[in-house]
Design a protein around this ligand. Structure first.
Ligand code: GLP
Length: 244
């Protein structure tokens, strides 16, 4: 779906999410959201906060799972996705804090496999993700699933590409401060979501959006694997759609 600008595209996604939350509420069920960080979803979160304040949208039945987190990183570090989610969304809505799940940059290294397996088990125990939102890295990564990630990967510790560390270095004092690793949901974890919205805004994303949507499905462009999902929608603005 191509929108004139990111505001319109973000409002569309927020309305879709709100619709699912409300429908599930009416059925007396929980709504399981898969959430993303980075600059792309900020306007979606702002719109959800506005809907909470002005239209009474409640998050009481929402269970959330975030895609990823730098590793290692303190939860209260400025760049932490745990901190980001509080600032952008969770501190401003009525979600129950015990329903918030985010990979943790403080998980002890020697037990990280156990924590990752528990994260997967927790997602499954909720009945699975109803709607997952995604940004996209310039190299086609989704979450922190870098090129070459297996289609069957699950939540795990990964090594970041140097290009990703450079792209994200603006958040840190300098490149050496950017963690070399991250914990991320896997491609398979993402593909199990019942509905997926991937956002791409601005001219920088145009080449990778074109590759992911129009070229071959390949693990070298992780977002291209979404072509094999039966309900994945790329939501882009005119600039990100420029090469389609
Ligand atoms: C980061 C995140 C991804 C995000 C991507 C794009 O590395 N781990 O989840 O989608 O970069 O970021 P942005 O939305 O800021 O362009």
């Amino acid at each position: 779906k191509i929108f004139d600008n990111l505001k319109q595209g973000s409002v569309f996604i927020a309305q879709e999410i709100a619709g699912i939350i409300r429908r599930k509420q009416a059925e007396g069920k929980n709504c399981v959201l898969g959430l993303a960080t980075g600059s792309s979803p900020k306007t979606v979160y702002a719109e959800l906060v506005r809907m909470h304040r002005e239209e009474g949208l409640s998050f009481k039945n929402v269970i959330s799972f975030n895609l990823d987190e730098y590793y290692p990183l303190d939860n209260d570090a400025l760049q932490s996705y745990n901190r980001y989610m509080g600032e952008q969304l969770f501190n401003h809505v009525d979600i129950d804090p015990k329903n918030i799940n985010i990979p943790n940059g403080e998980w002890p290294k020697e037990e990280i496999k156990k924590y990752c397996a528990e994260y997967e088990a927790l997602i499954e125990s909720t009945g699975g993700i109803d709607v997952q939102i995604l940004g996209i890295g310039n190299n086609g990564h989704i979450g922190f699933n870098e090129p070459g990630s297996s289609r069957f990967s699950r939540t795990r510790l990964v090594t970041l590409e140097n290009s990703t560390r450079i792209a994200n270095s603006f958040e840190f004092a300098n490149i050496s401060q950017v963690p070399r690793m991250a914990v991320t949901m896997g491609i398979d974890t993402i593909m199990k979501a019942r509905k997926i919205y991937l956002m791409g805004w601005g001219p920088m994303k145009a080449p990778v959006i074109q590759k992911a949507v129009e070229e071959n499905v390949t693990e070298q462009i992780p977002a291209s694997l979404l072509q094999q999902h039966n309900d994945a929608i790329f939501v882009v603005d005119e600039m990100a759609a420029a090469e389609l």
